[in-house]
Design a protein around this ligand. Structure first.
Ligand code: NAD
Ligand code: GLY
Length: 364
């Protein structure tokens, strides 16, 4: 691989797999012979927009391989059983078999959908994740979780289907709209808050460079943030313990997203508010100082992420949290920061404490 400064980190899970950072789309083809089993047929699953931008570069390196493209419309609604069935029909039409390799080229929606397809097609075929959004590069492409949605909820039908490799080309982020960048930034800041105080400090000191999309600074940001995810899933691939920390901000954020019917709030904005609510709760429990709560809020504010939600009803938001998948035996399981760069799983937060945290983000 010729790209300057590419690097490989490994997910040390049940089956070890590499995350390549800073490699180029054109070079993926040359890497495929390194897989344990020969590749003959490839299905690339992607969106038309992403294919228009990057399909040519990826295809260039795939030279003599038999490749078919499966194009999926953009949007969360496409993570559906209906789309899965259509992908299956199309794949069979192209003669896909157990040796087919699926390449997921896109953001988290493509990664989850193509990944779930790969997990069930012919009882499981190989998958390579080629993430093209910030969120996908630092988070969703790593760790093997794949899923589609069900009317009963997001990611209800899913599996663990770790890829053969994650292939991250930083240059794909150049075309990402800022609203999508924000979604990835919220997750990256979350990674810093739960496990990497140095990265938190980096986010504090590099605000302008990050906003101006300085390529070297982005390289560091993506590398450090994805390294947090790699480290955590390497210790707990199946989310029996420490992987749960990645949910910091998500129980609050998800409650807000559902309460607002997924309108007027993006996932990143929901996570940002959720992080602030978790920080207030942690502050009330004495896990972090008030100065640290302010530091967290200031950082999110600096990136244009919201830290307040005036006008919401705290009782309604608390009610939404009753349905959280992570609750156990009626108890709410919440992830709270403990200082900057560390977090804990808390099982003893009372409804009054949670309400008080919601009040804080409502009053701003
Ligand atoms: P997304 O996949 O919907 O992508 C956002 C938009 O950006 C899409 O319209 C897409 O076409 C476009 N896009 C993608 N790459 C682009 C590029 N390089 N330039 C310009 N446009 C580009 O959104 P997302 O935030 O990447 O992913 C969200 C999904 O990820 C959710 O479904 C969520 O459940 C899932 N997720 C999964 C995990 C996991 O561990 N499996 C973790 C976090 C999130
Ligand atoms: N995004 C949470 C996880 O992968 O576990």
């Amino acid at each position: 691989m010729n790209s300057p400064e590419w690097q490989k980190i490994e997910v040390l899970a049940d089956r070890k797999y590499p995350v390549y950072l800073g490699t180029s789309l054109e070079e993926l083809g040359a890497y495929l012979p390194a897989l344990p089993e020969k590749v003959e047929h490839i299905l690339i699953i992607s969106h038309q927009k992403v294919l228009d931008l990057y399909g040519g570069r990826l295809m260039k390196g795939l030279g003599d391989y038999r490749v078919n493209l499966l194009v999926v419309p953009a949007g969360e609604a496409e993570k559906s059983l209906e789309r899965l069935s259509q992908l299956t029909t199309a794949a069979l039409g192209y003669g896909a078999d157990r040796k087919t390799l699926v390449i997921a080229l896109g953001g988290g929606v493509i990664g989850d959908l193509a990944g779930f397809f790969a997990s069930v097609f012919m009882r499981g075929v190989r998958l390579i994740q080629v993430p093209t959004t910030l969120l996908a590069q630092v988070d969703s492409s790593i760790g093997g979780k794949v899923a589609v949605n069900h009317p009963a909820g997001k990611n209800i039908l899913g599996a663990f289907h770790p890829p053969q490799a994650v292939w991250t080309d930083f240059t794909t982020l150049e075309s990402l709209p800022w609203l999508e960048v924000e979604n990835g930034l919220a997750e990256s800041i979350k990674h810093a808050l739960i496990a990497d105080p140095g990265l938190f400090n980096f986010f504090e000191t590099q605000v302008d460079s990050i906003k101006q999309r300085d390529p070297l600074i982005w390289r560091t940001m993506v590398t450090r943030s994805s390294s947090v995810k790699v480290k955590i899933v390497s210790q707990d691939e199946r989310e029996q313990g420490i992987r749960g920390l990645l949910n910091l901000g998500h129980s609050f954020g998800h409650a807000l997203e559902t309460e607002m019917n997924y309108r007027g709030v993006t996932h990143g904005q929901g996570v940002s508010i959720g992080i602030v609510a978790a920080a207030h709760l942690a502050g009330a429990k004495g896990f972090i100082s008030l100065a640290e709560v302010e530091r967290i809020k200031q950082l999110l504010r600096n990136y244009g992420l919201p830290i307040a939600i005036p006008g919401q009803n705290p009782q309604a938001l608390l009610q939404r949290m009753q349905a959280d998948k992570k609750n156990q035996g009626g108890r709410k399981i919440l992830i709270l920061p403990q200082g900057i760069g560390n977090a804990v799983i808390s099982q003893d937060c009372t409804d009054n404490e949670i309400l008080a945290a919601w009040q804080q983000v409502i009053s701003g």
